[in-house]
Design a protein around this ligand. Structure first.
Ligand code: DC
Length: 230
């Protein structure tokens, strides 16, 4: 039997990474890990523990409390999906709020937060058979991943997709506000010193602007098949 692959997907906010990662995981029978959800969980923890001041994390206090944070993915065998728990609580819905989206990129700048989450991500993915999406998966978390994909899409298309997703979760927001949040996060994510978002060497560049869900999956499956026959 062939060794299960590690598939690293990075890209801009709302570029379609998670949809692609979920579809790939379902097709290959792999697990899907949304690493952004883990950064969102820390942002939620900071908010709930009063560790935010004027829109910014209280970094020193948050670092002191990191060891009290237990993040875990619970598997649902019937759907082969995972839900993220924070100290035992299912937080899958709460981490999608506007307030968490506004705070999360500042949380992701904290080196100690990154160290803790990268360690956890490596532990989850060490045996392969995983599709993980984020900002530094192909560059930092799994630099030796067999398959790397870098996802991008036009900003207004990304904003409109994200707004639809929020509306479907009854978290309605104006299109302009959504677009500003994406631009703001992309700027922080691409310009930070520690593990900035960038295309990993050898990554397939996938622009999803004019792709359907099916056609992007097909394009990536071709890339994986070519890799496997090399
Ligand atoms: O994928 P997302 O939009 O839910 O990610 C939320 C934020 O977390 C994103 O703005 C940057 C950060 N992040 C990161 O720094 N590294 C990752 N591997 C994943 C997410």
């Amino acid at each position: 039997m062939k060794k299960p692959l590690t598939i690293a997907i990075d890209g801009y906010a709302s570029s379609g990474k998670s949809t692609l990662a979920k579809d790939l995981a379902a097709k290959l029978g792999y697990i899907f890990i949304d690493s952004g959800a883990m950064y969102r969980a820390i942002a939620l923890f900071a908010m709930e523990q009063d560790l935010v001041h004027e829109g910014q994390p209280k970094t020193t206090e948050l670092i002191e409390r990191l060891s009290t944070i237990d993040l875990a993915f619970q598997r649902h065998p019937e759907t082969n999906s995972l839900t993220l728990t924070l100290n035992g609580e299912d937080i899958s819905q709460k981490i999608r709020s506007k307030a968490v989206s506004a705070l999360v990129s500042s949380i992701a700048l904290i080196a100690e937060v990154r160290t803790k989450l990268v360690e956890l991500q490596r532990a989850i993915g060490e045996k392969g058979g995983v599709v993980m999406d984020g900002r530094d998966i192909g560059t930092v978390v799994f630099p030796k991943a067999e398959i790397k994909i870098f996802v991008t899409a036009n900003l207004s298309v990304r904003a409109s997709r994200r707004q639809k997703e929020l509306v479907s979760k009854e978290l309605s927001t104006g299109l302009e506000e959504v677009q500003q949040n994406l631009e703001h996060r992309d700027l922080i994510d691409t310009t930070r010193e520690n593990s900035p978002l960038k295309q990993a060497e050898g990554a397939l560049l996938l622009d999803t602007t004019n792709h359907t869900r099916e056609s992007q999956l097909e394009a990536v499956m071709k890339f994986i098949e070519n890799h496997s026959t090399c």
